[in-house]
Design a protein around this ligand. Structure first.
Ligand code: GDD
Ligand code: MN
Length: 374
């Protein structure tokens, strides 16, 4: 049986030789290939080529010059390029013991599963190799939250966050997956209908090098959860709502300091537009930035649309307050709410944000497709 072992790497040079040797020893009964998907800035690709030349099994490398989607994007690129009936996805730092590979494949065969998860949370498994108490706490909390949010899809999976699993190539549709951050298994389990089996494993210590997990990955994970559960619109709406509340407070503060309410509303609009743009860029549409128009052009489009909206809103605010003598802040809040609903409708018909972050050039069809799913 043909098996493709997909390994994302980001600066893992000192781990490659032992990794390939141990995979080689573990897969003598299979027709296996290794596919490294590399986004490194160090000499990892050269080391991979060097080690691959003398390896028993074929070693391929996909070096990505534009690393779209980070770790998850790399895994998907590897799966898309794989020729095996099964793909094994594992880390390149030896925290995932290669000796588990035949155990996962055996479970796949005996349990007729589409995905076999190497779980740290079954009896016999452990996440001992996670660095530090804080990562244990975060990991456990994230696991509970995620499983609570997808009680049906994840009912047979005790470790949807693991980066170590086997997947039957034919059962997953790469085009529906939206890679972002670290949690590619979660994406696969939630967006595809698959039968899941599990095997316990001990998450080891990192062999050499440093972990790439950081706070930003944590934020990305939360937006991924929201996107999986409610669609991309939810992240957009959450940021918009939080921004509106923060800015109404600013507007009230300015007014309390004696600033004329129209001036306060204009400052409010400017702060909101810039703040919203930066947050949306960072957290919601981050993965679309690569193929979209340049930052200045995106900002110009965003500013044009929102500037017109703010101008209209401020004019209406002035008209209402002047004629009906309603309280300024409350009126502003209602107008923002109305704008929000209009935008939401517009957005779901692929309006503003899609125009701001829409891809240009040859990537169009690919991204049009992934957006169209929502
Ligand atoms: N190609 C590519 N691009 N590879 C990457 C990138 C990237 O942007 N970021 C990280 N990697 C590679 C690393 O080189 C390593 O082989 C693997 O992905 C995992 O990265 P680590 O930095 O070692 O992550 P970790 O050990 O903190 O997290 C692992 O355990 C988590 C469970 O707690 C990963 O397996 C996570 O997916 C998993 O959720
Ligand atoms: Mn690691």
């Amino acid at each position: 049986m043909k098996v493709s072992i997909v390994i994302p790497t980001y600066n893992e040079a000192p781990n490659i030789a032992e990794l390939v040797a141990r995979i080689s020893d573990a897969t003598t009964n299979y027709d296996a290939e290794i596919i490294f998907v590399d986004d490194s800035s160090d000499d990892t690709p050269q080391v991979i080529v060097h080690v691959g030349n003398t390896a028993r099994l074929p070693v391929r490398i996909i070096h990505r010059s534009t690393p779209i989607g980070g770790l998850a994007g790399a895994v998907l690129a590897g799966i898309a390029a794989s020729g095996g009936k099964w793909c094994i996805v594992m880390d390149g730092d030896l925290q995932h013991p290669p000796e588990m590979i035949p155990i996962l494949l055996a479970a796949a065969a005996s349990e007729h599963a589409d995905v076999v998860v190497a779980s740290r949370n079954l009896d016999g498994g452990s996440s001992g190799g996670l660095a530090g108490i804080s990562r244990h706490i975060v990991s456990n909390a994230a696991n509970l939250l995620t499983r609570a949010m997808f009680p049906v899809r994840l009912q047979n999976c005790t470790d949807p966050m693991t980066g170590f699993f086997a997947v039957r190539r034919a059962t997953i549709d790469v085009s529906v997956l939206q890679p972002r951050g670290f949690k590619i298994l979660l994406e696969i389990l939630v967006r595809n209908t698959v039968t899941v089996a599990e095997e316990p494993f001990v998450f080891g210590e990192r062999q050499a090098g440093v972990s790439k997990a950081d706070f930003r990955q944590g934020v990305r994970f939360v937006t991924q959860l929201a996107a999986l559960r409610f669609g991309r619109v939810s992240g957009f709406a959450t940021i918009g709502a939080a921004g509106a509340v923060a800015n109404l407070i600013i507007m009230a503060g300015l007014q309390a300091l004696g600033v004329w309410y129209i001036a306060a509303a204009i400052i409010f609009a400017a702060v909101t537009i810039v703040g919203n743009f930066l947050l949306q860029e960072r957290f919601v549409f981050r993965d679309l930035r690569g193929p979209a128009a340049s930052g200045y052009i995106r900002f110009a489009r965003f500013f044009a649309f929102n500037g017109i909206e703010a101008t209209v809103r401020t004019a209406v605010l002035w008209a209402v307050v002047a004629t009906a003598a309603l309280p300024e802040i409350a009126t502003q809040a209602v107008l923002i709410g109305i704008g929000f609903i209009l935008r939401f409708v517009h957005h779901s018909q692929r309006g503003t944000s899609m125009a701001v972050w829409s891809p240009r050039g040859p990537h169009k069809s690919l991204h049009a497709k992934s957006l169209g799913r929502e």
